[in-house]
Design a protein around this ligand. Structure first.
Ligand SMILES: Nc1ncnc2c1ncn2[C@@H]1O[C@H](COP(=O)(O)OP(=O)(O)OP(=O)(O)O)[C@@H](O)[C@H]1O
Length: 368
């Protein structure tokens, strides 16, 4: 008969590749039971979007199966999304991680990526919210298909709209359609602050914040007051777009917001007739710049007409499994979640088992 100690010793060989530690030391093995030849345990991962989840489960199963006397291995998978936000802050104690999505130039696909990252993470089982901080150009409600205005949930408290389980708050849900928001900077700042404090977000694993392009009032407020876990910067491959994106990147670094990574959008076009990949804007240039700057490159998203069509119709692209853009977005969502777990585990823990404060200097992800 195999003992619990032997099973745990064997499971020490299963290492999370992002954190470089084994699942036993990380405290991820729970409810270990041995019943005759059957060994069962729960593997608790830090995110349902873990890209190496299947590999780790298969490895754990294989290693335990090879122990003497073991005829069956039952592995349950559970998730406890690691926290990077301060647990003692009234605005964020229920929100474990905040991801700001920014860009340099407008129209590069930042809102598209913000919304679809939210959809992808939610589709994998995470609790997700989207805060639209693009006050003058709020497009999140249209893209995600949110139509019901937020309800009043108490004194000075709004309940966010909800689409496919994703909580959404945007100034676009508060003003009649077609109405421009004509506010000076301080009002923009106040609106974003109130979206954090006066909205009943409930418990969220990930909040995605869609920033306006550039380095103005809204990105500054998000960086300084919302204090995101990190920022994702979106750019297209052309030099003009990238040069402005790098300014946004530098702004985040100056404000000590960790860089989760950079994404190349509209990287290439897959010909709908022959399937050939056509390089339109200079594919690959963002990855090269990211390498130079030692900033993680999160991936490329091709031009996909279905992405634009889905958005215009308020549909969710990750539902379309055969779309190359949807596939790329799902993979990128997994990488973002991995980077968040790394931030949570490599910074000083604030709450046992739940990660800790932010670090502006992150290790580079392993090369895939
Ligand atoms: N990979 C893609 N394939 C096809 N269409 C795309 C892709 N990425 C974005 N689009 C489309 O390009 C347009 C601009 O995208 P989006 O609004 O997300 O840009 P943005 O950077 O958020 O712009 P802004 O910040 O100026 O509002 C949208 O119509 C969107 O559907």
């Amino acid at each position: 008969m195999t003992t619990e100690d032997e099973v745990l010793a064997a499971l020490r060989k299963v290492v999370d590749p992002d954190l470089g530690k084994d699942v036993v030391s990380l405290g991820w093995i729970k409810d270990l039971k041995i019943d005759g030849g059957t060994v069962s345990f729960t593997l608790t991962l830090t995110t349902p979007a873990c890209p190496v989840q299947n590999d780790m489960v298969a490895q754990a199963r294989r290693i335990v199966s090879s122990l003497p006397g073991v005829s069956k291995v039952d592995v349950n998978v559970a998730y406890n999304v690691a926290r990077t936000t301060p647990a003692d802050n009234v605005a964020t104690y229920k929100i474990k991680n905040i991801i700001a999505v920014g860009s340099g130039k407008g129209g590069v696909g930042k809102s598209t990526i913000a919304v679809n990252l939210a959809v992808a993470l939610a589709a994998m089982g995470a609790k997700v919210g989207v805060l639209d901080a693009d006050i003058y150009g709020a497009s999140v409600p249209l893209m995600i298909g949110a139509t019901t205005p937020p309800e009043v949930a108490g004194e000075n408290l709004l309940k966010p709209s909800e689409v496919a389980g994703i909580k959404v708050m945007s100034v676009g849900l508060l003003v009649p359609p077609g109405t421009p928001v004509i506010w000076r900077g301080p009002l923009v700042t106040k609106a974003i602050q109130e979206f954090m404090t006066n909205v009943d977000w409930g418990e969220l694993d990930y909040m995605i914040v869609d920033l306006p392009p550039g380095t103005g009032d809204a990105p500054l407020t998000v960086a300084q007051d919302v204090k995101p876990t990190g920022a994702v910067v979106v750019t297209t491959p052309q030099r003009a777009s990238m040069e402005v994106a790098l300014k946004t990147l530098t702004m985040f670094k100056k404000l000590e917001v960790p860089i989760i990574g950079i994404i190349e959008n509209m990287s290439y076009l897959v010909c709908p007739y022959c399937g050939k990949e056509i390089d339109i804007f200079g594919r690959g240039s963002v990855e090269a710049v990211a390498r130079n700057l030692q900033v993680p490159f999160l991936g490329s998203i091709p031009i996909d007409p279905r992405l634009r069509e889905a958005e215009d119709n308020g549909e969710l692209i990750v539902d379309f499994q055969d779309s190359p853009a949807a596939k790329a977005l799902m993979e990128i969502a997994g990488r973002v979640a991995s980077r968040i777990s790394i931030i949570a585990y490599t910074s000083k823990p604030k709450e046992e088992g739940e990660g800790g404060s932010m670090s502006a200097f992150l290790p580079m992800p392993p090369k895939s």
